[in-house]
Every structure is written in C-alpha cells, then in structure tokens.
Design a protein around this ligand. Structure first.
Ligand code: MN
Length: 389
C-alpha cells in the first residue's frame, strides 16, 4: 500500500457553510489560489444544487485551475448529480462527490427509508455520476454511527457501481480513535485496492485530527480537512494540524502529502481576512501564540537552544521570523517586510496606503496583530462593497 495521503480540502464547501464563513465567488477564488499554492490534491469548491453562488464557484474554480482536481458535492438524487456535473463542465479533472446517510438513526428519522432503498439510491447516484465523469466519490454520511456490516455492503456496492473513493465521515464528531480506526480498517480490508478509503472527521469532541490519524494507520489514504479547522459546528479536521503531525512525527506516521508547509501560515491568515474570525490564539501551528514563549524558564531554555522548547521551526510553516512587535514606532520597511512574510508582497503605492492606515491604528493600540495587517491589506486592495457576489 502506498504511503501517499491525498489532501482533500473542503474549506470552500464544509468550511464555507458554517456560521460567519460565507464567501463570495471572488473570495473563494482568491482562497483557492492560496490552496493550490499550498499543494492540496482536491478542491471541493461547493454544493452546486444549494445555491447559484455555489454553482458559480465550482465553475469558476474549474476554469481557473484546469490542472487541479475539483470536486462538487451532490446528494444521491438525479437533480443534485446533474447539477454537480453541469457545474464541473469546464473542469479538466472533475470529481462528483455524492453522499447519502447510512446510519439507522438517519434512515429512521431523517430519510424514512429502508437499508435496501438507501443502497439502491447510492448505487443509482454513483452510476449516474459515472455517466458524466470518471472520478466519483461516495460518502456514507454518518458512517461512523453506521452498522459496520451494512456499511461494508454499501461500500462494496458503490465501488462496483464505479466509485473510486469511498468516504466514511464521522459527521457528528462522535467517534474515538480506537473505534474509528477499527471501522476504517474493516472497510479498507473489504475494498482492498479497488478504491481509496477517505475520512472526514468533525471536531465535536476535539478528536477530528486524532480520529483521522487513526484512520490513516488503518489504511485510509484520503483526508478531508479545512484550513483553521473551520466547518459545521466545532469544525472539521484541521489541515495544518494533520499535515504537521505527519511531517513532525514521520517516525510514527510515515505518510507523505503534496503540501508545501511553508504556505500554511499565509493560508490561515488569508482565510482569516476573508471570514469573520481567526483561529484562537493558542491554536496549534497557526495561532498567534503557537510559537510564543512566555515563561521565564522556557525563554531561558529557548534562548540557549531552540529545540529545548520548540518542536517545529516556525519558518517551516511560514510564520514570520522573530517576535518583532509592530507598533506605532515601526517603520515602513519593517511593515513592508512583515506584509511580505505574511504572503502579500506590496507594491510601493499599496504600502504607502497600508502604512498610513497602520500608523493611525497603531496610535490607538499597543501592537498590531498580523491578522489586522492582513485585513488592512485586503481593505486597501479591495475597498469594501467593491466585490460583487
Ligand atoms: Mn462535514
């Protein structure tokens, strides 16, 4: 079995559909540029049947990045699958991602259908999707709470119908690493090399990354994740965290991805400038304090030898070097350099405007955080209200 793990980014779909995270098509495109630079394997750009904006986003991302795999989400219905196929018409590497819930609790209360009816609908949706594209992914929604025997039956059936990827989501963030690993291991064994097994974990119990890692150890080879871990409720598996576990602890998780980690911080900052909130300060990898050493004993050790308290070189994930605080006494040069380190090289005129605004704000505050600088750059480059949906 290969050790290459596919990074399926759903920041533009699962992430975008959570409170405070709506993005316009222009914003999705801007973020997609950074995600492509970051090296994600698949961009899930929207749920085309849900809105005109989602349809337009999938279409726009497909046109802008012909060499990237672009996915569109669809329920297992004819209307959804056809809408997804249409939105992907311009894509060179289209993937239709169709889903249907398989757990008894969803069958009984939400869908009011039998297991056989669900199985038939799933197979029909995959067969229909395959008439439009070669690359079809099927997700068994609430898979983690589905009877393992039935889940295996569904997985085999959708693969026989033409699915190349079978995703087993922990839709409600209920599973634990041991339980989820065992479930995934069973599906991997059942499917062998006929399909890639994928995972999609939510963070309701703070276990999305741990559950995804357990799944990789059990043979899953695609991880669905989001920048800053945004997504429904408590969010999805955090892209930066799972990638950096694989890089930092390659001895325990000997898997490789196509991610260029030095863009992680800039991707996080760009997302923050687009949506209404950033990661909490103590967020692993990309939080403001992720590499800040405060305690005296820690500072002493760190100054003698960084590795006493630092397991990741901040530069390796693109965090600007040094803890230089930018305030009202900072000059244009330092500000320009910080903007560049944050992933936004500014032309002279842009820097002039950002600098004037920056000093006005710095006068009123003790220090200006990186995310405020990024927001400022966004304002200068695109005055509010100028971006049409
Ligand atoms: Mn989800």
């Amino acid at each position: 079995m290969t050790n290459r793990v596919w990074i399926f980014d759903t920041t533009l779909r699962d992430g975008e559909q959570s409170p405070g995270c709506s993005m316009t098509v222009a914003e999705k495109l801007k973020l997609a540029h950074k995600l492509v630079e970051l090296g994600v394997d698949t961009l899930e750009a929207g749920f085309p049947i849900a809105s005109e904006g989602d349809f337009a986003a999938v279409d726009a991302v497909s046109r802008e990045f012909p060499w990237v795999q672009v996915a569109a989400l669809a329920r297992s219905t004819t209307g959804d699958v056809e809408r997804a196929a249409k939105s992907l018409a311009a894509a060179k590497r289209p993937r239709i991602h169709t889903f249907l819930a398989t757990s008894d609790i969803h069958l009984k209360y939400k869908l009011k259908k039998s297991r056989q009816q669900i199985l038939d609908s799933a197979v029909a949706a995959v067969e229909l999707a395959r008439r439009y594209v070669d690359d079809v992914e099927f997700s068994a929604e609430d898979g983690a709470r589905t009877d393992p025997n039935y889940l295996e039956e569904v997985a085999r059936a959708v693969v026989a119908a033409g699915a190349r990827t079978v995703n087993i989501p922990d839709t409600v963030g209920y599973s634990t690493p041991d339980e989820y690993g065992a479930l995934i291991g069973g599906i991997v064994k059942a499917l062998g090399d006929t399909a890639v097994v994928s995972v999609h974990c939510h963070d309701d119990l703070g276990l999305a990354v741990a559950n995804s890692l357990a799944a990789l150890q059990a043979g899953a080879r695609q991880v669905e994740c989001t920048v800053n871990g945004i997504g429904e409720r408590a969010g999805n598996c955090s892209l930066e965290e799972i990638v950096m576990v694989m890089k930092t602890r390659h001895d325990r998780y000997p898997y490789d991805t196509g991610i260029h980690a030095e863009h992680l911080y800039a991707a996080s900052q760009l997302l923050t400038s687009i949506i209404t909130f950033g990661p909490q300060p103590n967020k692993a990898i990309v939080g403001r304090n992720a590499f800040a050493h405060e305690a005296g004993i820690h500072q002493d050790g760190y100054l003698k030898e960084k590795t006493t308290y630092e397991i990741i070189d901040p530069k390796s994930v693109g965090v600007p070097e040094g803890k230089l605080v930018l305030g009202k006494h900072s000059g244009r040069h330092a500000l320009g350099q910080r903007c560049e380190e944050l992933g936004f090289p500014l032309i002279r005129e842009e820097l002039d405007v950002v600098y004037t605004e920056f000093t006005a704000r710095a006068d009123r505050k003790k220090g200006i955080m990186d995310e405020e600088i990024v927001a400022l750059i966004a304002e200068v480059r695109e005055p509010r209200g100028a971006v049409a949906g």
